[in-house]
Ligand binder design. Structure first.
Ligand SMILES: [Ca+2]
Ligand SMILES: [Ca+2]
Length: 163
């Protein structure tokens, strides 16, 4: 019979080839797994940085563009204002929060290796790329950069208009 050789199972060579193939498969899975773990580590830093960026965005979204009392008289924090009572966007110009803060202005000591840097600039209404003198236009650009150990991890810029 032509197929009689196969009736008693696999030959030694076939078994050895199968063992080697399974070995290769396991080796490549182990390699892939450690690559995933590394990518995950970098992903955690990025998602933490993005979370910290969102906190500043949320906080900024609740504030008017200029101070409700002094209006255009002053760019930056008004006399006596500290983070706890900052009440307009330009109060946050040049602010650097290290450790970072959340949208409720609480210090996030758990993320002490991160910091948030905020810049607030007026921009030209006909060309938002062009920075204008403080309070000279109705548009401001807020830029937030999140650093980890002085390395920039992520940043975001957006515009607000004063009505
Ligand atoms: Ca203010
Ligand atoms: Ca102000």
């Amino acid at each position: 019979m032509r197929y009689s050789r196969y009736k008693n199972g696999f030959t030694l060579i076939e078994v050895m080839i199968a063992v080697i193939l399974v070995g290769f498969a396991i080796a490549s899975l182990v390699g892939a797994n450690s690559a995933f773990t590394q990518a995950n580590g970098a992903g955690t830093e990025l998602s933490t940085a993005e979370f910290l960026l969102e906190q500043v965005k949320e906080l900024a979204a609740m504030l008017p563009v200029v101070d409700p009392v002094t209006q255009l008289a002053n760019f930056g924090p008004e006399a006596g204002e500290t983070l706890a009572i900052y009440d307009d966007l330009d109060d946050f110009d040049d602010a650097n929060f290290s450790p970072p803060i959340d949208a409720g202005r609480n210090t996030l000591s758990n993320f002490a290796s991160f910091s948030q840097q905020v810049t607030v600039q007026n921009v030209n209404p006909s060309d938002f790329e062009q920075v204008a003198a403080n309070h000279s236009t109705n548009f401001v650009r807020i830029t937030v950069k999140v650093f980890q150990n002085s390395e920039e991890i992520c940043s975001s810029s957006w515009l607000r208009a004063r009505y």
